[in-house]
Design a binder for this molecule. Sequence first.
Ligand SMILES: *Cc1c(COP(=O)(O)O)cnc(C)c1O
Length: 401
Amino acid sequence: MQTDNRQIYVDNAATTKMSRTAIDAMLPYMDKIYGNPSSLHSVGQRANEALAGARERVAKLLGCEPREITFTSGGSEADNQAIVSAARLGARKGKKHIISTAFEHHAVLHTLDALKKEGFEITLLDVHEWGIITAEEVAAAIRPDTCLVTVVYANNEIGTIQPIAEIGAVCKEKGVLFHTDAVQAVGHLHINVKEQNIDMLSLSAHKFHGPKGVGVLYARKGIALTNIIYGGAQERGKRAGTENIPGIMGMTAAMEEACANIDANAEKLIYLRDKLIAGLSAIPHSILNGDAKSRLPGNVNFCFEGIEGESLLLLLDDKGICASSGSACTSGSLDPSHVLLAIGRVHDIAHGSLRLSLCEENTEEEIDYVIKSVEEVVTYLRSISPIWRDLVTGKKQFIIK
Ligand SMILES: *Cc1c(COP(=O)(O)O)cnc(C)c1O
């Protein structure tokens, strides 16, 4: 069935291929400069200098100070540490209420679940059908005992971008800490933590062509972080463990490269994205998930009525297309995506979802092939689906017009 041996990779929200720049930046720290930054000898000190340099470079890209940067093992750890830290600070003042949204990444939602079991009260804001919350809704939910607002910068499934600066301003005015999971946004959108009133921010290297297993927690100075990992005095004592120097160097190089190319990449991606959206919209009884404009340049997410997402993915894979039904974390489970349920898609519809997340290496030819392939596969699956038969014979009503 596969038309050529080339894979068309349109699952960049799950992870990206490492860039040559990132790989080249890592290699010297695997053989030549392999020291432990905590060692006092010259081999260690060279690694320590590289670490300090990386911290400065990352800080510059986010618009903060080097000491506000903590290197972590990725986005999940940064989310956990940010939220737990804010919770502990709040609890000390008797503030045990946290505001978030219904469509956060599981790294946030499951951390909040754990805090709920400890007695914290969690408000998950509704995100509307178009997948965006407003600063006014956040303001209305803030109470005297609110210690944290945490909102995903850009959703990992439907790509919708939240009004982060406005939410930050509301939190600042009300004296509530504001964290954003910016894992999908860093390297793809312009971010400045000071200008956008962000107190804490999580990012992950493997979402912008850096290595897996490394990320950053930015925390504004004055916010005392709680340890998630105890041990040595690395990262000002707030994150123990010998630093992942190759990973940090690769991440830093990838982040510089991605940030330098945000506008050029966005221009190219928005063209491809909108072409893909137009092509898939032409499939009958299909619907785009999330706002068409306020979304990541590379994100496309659709539901097709009468289709089961898993079968769609397997048949697309046969055609050489690597896609996803939602987040990589929920695939494998039979539950429909909590993100699609949060924007009001009913179970049956949410099951028929497809996420195509592009990167700047994708070509227009690939997009044409993806459109043609999705059309073919959807038509085929509907032709053998009993649900589809009920819909076309009028036994059941279509939900997607
Ligand atoms: C990928 C992702 C994470 C998790 O990051 P890891 O580095 O894989 O732990 C968290 N939040 C969002 C929005 C993501 O897309």
